[in-house]
Each structure stands twice: as C-alpha cells, then as structure tokens.
Design a protein around this ligand. Structure first.
Ligand SMILES: C[S@@+](CC[C@H](N)C(=O)[O-])C[C@H]1O[C@@H](n2cnc3c(N)ncnc32)[C@H](O)[C@@H]1O
Length: 197
C-alpha cells in the first residue's frame, strides 16, 4: 500500500518548522492533534531532536501515519494514539507543547471550542500551542481563495474557517503571543498558557 500523501504538507513543512524551532526551543514533549498523513510528524521530529513528538488522530488514519513513521523513523517519534476532540478525554503524557495544522476548519464549531478549552486547561503554565491553518480576523478573510475555500468546506459539512477572536474567547487562559503570515494564505497562531491570576 502506498503511503498517503499531501502536497500541501510538503510545501508548508519547511516554513512551519521555522516557527516551531523558535517557539518549541524549550519544549520537551509535543502532542500533535490531527496528524493526518503523518508527513509533518516525521519531518518535525527529525528536525526537533530535543523533544518527543506524539502523533494522534482518528484510528482510521493510523495505518498511514505508521507507514510514514516506518519509512522515516526517529527515536523521538511516537506511534499514533486515538484522540478525537469531542469523543476522547485529554491524553495522559504531560505535554508542554501542542501542534495542530489544518484542523480547526475541518472540525465542527463545538469541537474547535472544546479543543481550545482543553488546551487552555491541560497545557502547563508557559506551555506553547502552535496552530497552523487559514483563519479570519474580525470576520475578514485574508484572500478570495479562502472565501471560496470556506464556502466549499461548509457545503461539504465541515465547520469552516474560524475567526481568531472566537479562538481567543474559547481559549481563555491562553495568550496569543504571535500571529505569523505563512505561505498560501495561511497563518501560524502561537499561544502560550498564562499563569493563573
Ligand atoms: C485537513 S486534515 C489535516 C491533517 C494534517 N494535520 C495536515 O496539515 O495535513 C484534518 C485532520 O483533522 C482530523 N480531525 C478532524 N476532526 C477531528 C477531531 N474532532 N479531533 C481530532 N482530530 C480531528 C482529521 O482526522 C484529519 O486528519
């Protein structure tokens, strides 16, 4: 069986790594939510050797992720766990970093809300969440292609592109410390868990 393949992952993995190198510099253990094919995982784990990388997704994606891990093994890269926001409890592991790419516009609104709430609850203080994908800000899209993409997503039953303001509201306890413009009209949102006041 051929490994699942995403051309977008090949295109964006280099720019994303640049962000993770900066913001995961002190991070020990990353949970990736929605690993998809597994392409990001094998690339990030190889290039971020100081941390552990835990893949996760629905179990129907595990075979593909395992194929990528078998083809490009790293001692710091872990086989996928089943973790679906909305179905599963937060996994044990004490992760001080979270990475999730292109999941918020796929999930339903209640799932994205729960993802932000869970991350705000379970990240330790100063833990980092790097969130990649297309977003709007104050309802404004960054491009016509994202407007078209949003319509396409919604007409196919997906939640659609989320607004940064609602993510901030749901992720109370997380501070949005950076918003980076990425290729192909995407952004990387970097969140840090704030100390309790
Ligand atoms: C568009 S793919 C992105 C995959 C990969 N991260 C990438 O950037 O290519 C969306 C992923 O989110 C996962 N996903 C969808 N709903 C989810 C949920 N409620 N909890 C966790 N993962 C979910 C899907 O299984 C899928 O792997």
């Amino acid at each position: 069986m051929n490994k699942p393949f995403s051309q977008a992952c090949e295109n964006n993995k280099g720019p994303i790594l640049g962000v993770l190198k900066q913001y995961f510099a002190q991070t020990k253990s990353v949970l990736e939510i929605g690993s998809g094919t597994g392409q990001h995982a094998v690339y990030m784990a190889k290039n971020l050797a100081h941390l552990q990388w835990q893949t996760s997704d629905a179990s129907n994606n595990h075979a593909g992720i395992k194929q990528w891990i078998a083809a490009f093994p790293s001692s710091n890269l872990k086989s996928p766990i089943a973790f679906i926001i909305g179905d599963d409890a937060w996994p044990e592991g004490g992760y001080d970093g979270i990475f999730s790419a292109n999941t918020a516009h796929i999930m339903q609104k209640y799932e994205v809300k729960l993802m932000m709430t869970m991350i705000a609850e379970f990240l330790p203080v100063d833990g980092i969440f790097c969130q990649y994908g297309p977003f709007t800000q104050d309802g404004q899209f960054t491009s016509q292609s994202n407007i078209d993409f949003d319509l396409h997503l919604k007409s196919n039953g997906y939640g659609g592109i989320r607004d940064i303001n609602e993510l901030q509201m749901w992720g109370r306890g997380l501070g949005l410390i950076d918003t980076l413009t990425m290729p192909a009209n995407n952004q990387c949102l970097v969140w840090r868990k704030l100390a309790e006041t």
